[in-house]
Ligand binder design. Sequence first.
Ligand code: FES
Length: 130
Amino acid sequence: MSEGVRTSLSNSHEHDRSAEPLVTLERLPDGAFAEVEVVLDGDAESLIVYRDGDHVRAWLNICPHAGRRLDWAPGQFLKSKDGHLVCAAHGASFELVGGECVGGPCRGESLRAVDVVARDGAVWLGETAA
Ligand code: FES
């Protein structure tokens, strides 16, 4: 299990994505997850943000199996002993490079990646985040 972080962004920054980071790296230790609420293309979305050393990755918090959130409580994600993100609903496990399901009911399917970058000690939406 991994301790999570939960943050949310105000809609007032919808038109200026660079105004606020998703989460600071100080609040996202190496190997940890955060759940962040953002507005993408006008829709409120929950993101899984994952830190891997100096790299950060993010995916929509929607499991390809049955469309459920992957966290068991907001910002609380399960991580297996072999380092996979485990969906709290039915146990699908996802590798944390490409977000592909490597075990469980949706094996072979993938989480939907969202472009993020680490810069200035924080995680930001990337240019191509849609
Ligand atoms: S919704 Fe994630 S494993 Fe079923």
